[in-house]
Design a protein around this ligand. Structure first.
Ligand code: PLP
Length: 413
């Protein structure tokens, strides 16, 4: 028996011991303080728990509240009735109804791109990134894959499969000098980054476009947080500001946050029809797993219709004024940004108790603290939405100040 081998992992791209060791400390502490593991029913924007406690959720990414919009709900129901099938379980490359094609045509027109849908952004990135690593999405040259250190886990998880196709490195957050250096050394480079970060902030799309022009840099953006909330017709930050919208830029964006439906949109420009086939056949889960079902498609079609009307402009405007109201009340590093996420600074020692206190007062805001974020950067994540009332925001702000947050000062920060 002593001959049986023990395995020593390489942990080049992932490490579950570390992930679970660190993550569980965080989750257990959150749950013990009643600010995770919460169950309730949602009615008219208010959560009600079994014990009668009611709260408004200030950490939900449905920035325009389209997920509860009556037309979006009706769209989901109507599509189910119209197509008469939830998910005809067979790869679409073999047999499909028109349901996804209708959606992709609608989203393509809305966003001015070729759109391929998928059940989730996580599934899309899992499937697309290895195709980029092998050069099958791109110009045929295997690029060095440079993952931004802060790339969302749905992208970072693809590192091991990309590494089996090409070389993979991780760079510091938005490290343009490093990227330029790699562009000079490698035939081709692909940078993998969030278009809009989940803790606030945007990718340097214009500087990246210069590298794209100069070195043919390929950029894979995940713009999930800004779709709908940002830009004309809600096209998001990347498509609003990147001057390079051709085969050198590929964007994925979830339809489950601002868009208020489900699924994801892969946004492509300048690729031939054949590329679409490669994606549908070989982009991992897109080829072998379930597609967006008819209810999600119906919801997305209804949301797309709203995006075409003045109602979107109005919702974006309400979101912006809610953000401005919040900034006028509380000091955060993100203050003044168009981005709907704020992290209200707290210390690692006080943040969970603060979240607990705020929850008792009727608001959910999620605490982030060491070890899931760096020491000294703990805080309460607040997400502004179009549907929050001024009254709710003012009350939340005063509760946050009582819990130790810093009010907005007269000095611009
Ligand atoms: C929320 C989020 C996702 C997950 O999107 P799904 O469509 O639910 O898989 C992926 N990437 C980023 C940057 C996100 O914020």
């Amino acid at each position: 028996m002593s001959e049986r081998r023990t395995i020593t992992p390489t942990h080049r791209y992932r490490n579950n011991d570390k992930l679970i060791g660190i993550g569980n400390t965080f989750w257990n502490l959150s749950e013990e303080h009643g600010v995770a593991g919460i169950v309730g029913d949602l009615h008219d924007g208010v959560f009600r728990m079994a014990d009668g406690h009611e709260f408004v959720n200030f950490t939900v990414c449905s920035y325009l509240d389209l997920d509860t919009h009556p037309r979006v709900i009706d769209g989901a129901v109507a599509a189910l009735r119209r197509f008469g099938v939830l998910d005809h379980c067979i790869p679409r490359t073999r047999v499909q109804t028109t349901v996804l094609l209708e959606l992709e045509e609608s989203l393509g027109e809305l966003f001015g791109a070729t759109v391929v849908s998928a059940i989730s952004t996580a599934a899309a990135s899992t499937g697309l990134l290895p195709l980029m690593a092998s050069g099958h999405l791109g110009n045929g040259t295997r690029p060095l894959m440079v993952f931004d250190k802060n790339a969302h886990v749905s992208m970072a998880n693809a590192k091991p499969s990309c590494a089996d196709e090409t070389e993979v490195v991780t760079c510091r957050h938005h490290d343009l000098d490093f990227l330029a250096d790699m562009c000079r050394r490698y035939e081709r480079v692909c940078y993998v980054v969030d278009g809009s970060d989940s803790l606030g902030g945007y990718a340097p799309v214009e500087e990246l476009a210069e590298l794209q022009d100069r070195y043919d840099l390929l950029v894979f953006y995940d713009d999930s947080h800004s779709l709908s909330a940002y830009g004309e017709r809600g096209i998001g930050y990347v498509r609003t500001h990147s001057p390079v919208l051709d085969e050198r830029t590929i964007t994925v964006a979830t339809l489950s946050k601002g868009f208020g439906a489900g699924g994801t949109a892969i946004l492509l420009d300048g690729y031939p029809q054949q590329t679409r086939r490669i994606i549908e056949r070989f982009a991992g889960p897109l080829g072998y797993s379930q597609k967006m079902n008819a209810a999600a498609v119906g919801a997305a079609m209804a949301s797309a219709e709203i995006h075409r009307t003045d109602e979107l402009v109005e919702l974006q405007g309400r979101l912006r004024s809610n953000i401005a109201l919040f900034d006028s009340l509380l000091a955060t590093e993100q203050s003044g940004s168009t981005y709907p996420i704020r992290v209200v600074p707290m210390t690692d020692e006080t943040v969970v108790e603060a979240a607990q206190r705020v929850f008792a007062a009727g608001f959910y805001v999620s605490p982030v603290f060491f070890p899931i974020v760096a020491r000294g950067t703990a805080g309460l994540r607040v997400m502004l939405r179009a549907g929050q009332t001024g009254e709710q925001i003012r009350r939340l702000a005063s509760v946050l100040v009582e819990a130790g947050a810093q009010p907005a000062g007269p000095v611009a920060r």
